[in-house]
Design a protein around this ligand. Structure first.
Ligand code: UDP
Length: 459
């Protein structure tokens, strides 16, 4: 991709403070943004939770890492497909607020280059309040898509109208006129989080945007033009669409798990466009039965596959493992790793499709490499992202309902070997080209980064 050139002046006398939410899908874009700002001359101070801490290794001079709070209690680390993620977010805010205030005060006193602002994850409204108290301007980074934020902004009105929470199953497929192409089911973000908790959580996200001096989104104009305009109207703050950040940042990667790079050698030996890459991100999980169905679905489809089985992908099960006979059935044609260098995998010429949970980063990474998707969203914004993949960008389709081997086989064949899949691939390639253009000189994201840098300089 088009990488940021050597550091240029701009922010030489200032530091930018940053606070990512302590989860992989949030740390990656925040650290990529840090790299972009560092390349414009800013010093970078990264505040981070004491758990899921980003690795300072490989960062150039000008970076500083400040741990905040204590290592996590169980209840701060939601795991499982539909764990109470929103509840954990509220607890994280509560738990980190006081220690962050102390840390921020210290940093403001001791750092030589003056802090221009704090860039905070939109889920950390609590930290933004602390910054406001200490007179530090804030920018908010939204690590999801614009469409998702538009839906979050519409949430309270849908509750007032009595549409949310849905009263019964029959309403789930109701179209939402102002949020096309979303269905009501796409706004049921979790089945375990109480409605009140979810409302509070979304309210704070929108509040963080509205209270900021600017909202940064990891998306690009050609992808979400109409949605970005709605975000601008709905927040009344400057909106900066500066993605895809992973294609602009040239910095060290920020993976919390070790990436198994041997899969790249394996991919080198596969035919172009033949491999299905399967990964469900850092949080989504499945039960043992779904694992078995997935295994046989992949085996029976007869395509080469690279499958990421994270250490905690399967939960709440005593007997975890791939079914007997699976290895023999797929020998030479399948590879299983516990964590992959995903961006490189998706950019590899051998990869022809991605079976994903549609976390925003995965969705964007797939789009930027022109890889079509099988969508299997689990919770949070994933259903919204999947809906857009299927209905708006038309670069993939959802695998709905109970996970069954026959259904998987049909889906995989459709994506990799049928005309329908080929059309999706072509549309994905168009989007890949658009993504490449927007990060070139004069492209919308590059131009917007200039505006963002100017704005930071003016604080
Ligand atoms: N990722 C990775 N290796 C893997 C799987 C995922 O490096 O084997 C990265 C992926 O490239 C993405 C992030 O982890 O940047 C996951 O973020 P996403 O928003 O897709 O999902 P989440 O984990 O937040 O559900």
């Amino acid at each position: 991709g088009e990488k940021t050139p050597a550091p240029s002046s701009g922010g030489a006398s200032r530091r930018v403070l940053m606070f990512p939410l302590p989860f992989q899908g949030h740390i990656n874009p925040m650290m990529q943004l840090a790299d972009v700002l560092h390349s414009r001359g800013f010093g970078i101070t990264v505040f981070h939770a004491a758990f899921n801490a980003p690795d300072p290794a490989g960062r150039p001079a000008g970076y500083r890492f400040v741990p905040v709070g204590v290592p996590a209690d169980e209840d701060l680390l939601p795991t499982g497909s539909d764990a109470d993620f929103a509840g954990a977010l509220l607890r994280i805010n509560e738990r980190l607020q006081a220690p962050f205030q102390d840390s921020l005060r210290e940093v403001l006193e001791e750092e030589e280059r003056a802090a221009a602002c704090l860039v905070v994850d939109s889920n950390l409204r609590g930290m933004q309040v602390v910054a406001e108290r200490l007179g530090v301007p804030t920018l908010v980074l939204r690590t999801g898509g614009a469409a998702c934020l538009v839906a979050y902004m519409a949430f309270p009105a849908l509750c007032d109208k009595g549409i949310l929470p849905p009263q019964d199953q029959s309403q789930l497929d109701m179209a939402l006129d102002d949020l096309q192409p979303l269905l009501l089911r796409d706004l049921v973000f979790s089945t375990t989080t109480p409605h009140e908790t979810m409302s509070t959580c979304l309210e704070r996200i929108v509040e963080s945007a509205r209270h900021s001096s600017g909202l940064i989104l990891n998306t690009f104009n050609d992808l979400e033009d109409a949605e970005l305009r709605k975000v601008t109207n709905g927040t009344s703050v400057p909106v900066y669409a500066i993605g895809p950040l992973h294609k602009i940042s040239a910095g060290a990667q920020s993976s919390l798990l070790a990436q198994d790079r041997t899969c790249l050698d394996w991919l080198d030996k596969q035919e172009a466009g033949s491999v299905l890459y399967v990964s469900f991100g850092s949080l989504a999980s499945m039960d043992q039965e779904e694992l078995v169905e997935t295994a046989w679905g992949l085996a029976n489809s007869r395509v080469p596959f690279l499958w990421v089985i994270r250490p905690n992908l399967v939960q709440c099960s005593e007997k975890v493992g791939l079914p007997d006979g699976f290895e023999e059935a797929t020998r030479g044609r399948g590879m299983v790793v516990s964590w992959a260098p995903q961006q490189e995998v998706l950019g590899h010429h051998a990869v022809g499709g991605f079976w994903t949970h549609n976390g925003w980063n995965s969705t964007l990474e797939s789009i930027c490499e022109g890889v079509p998707m099988i969508c299997r969203p689990c919770f949070a914004d994933q259903m919204i992202n999947a809906r857009y993949v299927q209905e708006v960008w038309k670069t993939g389709f959802e695998l709905e309902g109970k996970l069954e081997r026959d259904k998987i086989e049909i889906g995989v064949t459709k994506l990799l070997s049928q005309a329908e899949g080929e059309k999706m691939r072509q549309r994905a390639r168009d989007l890949k080209n658009k993504a490449a253009l927007c990060i070139k000189k004069g492209g919308t994201s590059q131009t917007t980064i200039d505006l963002l840098v100017n704005s930071i300089m003016s604080f």
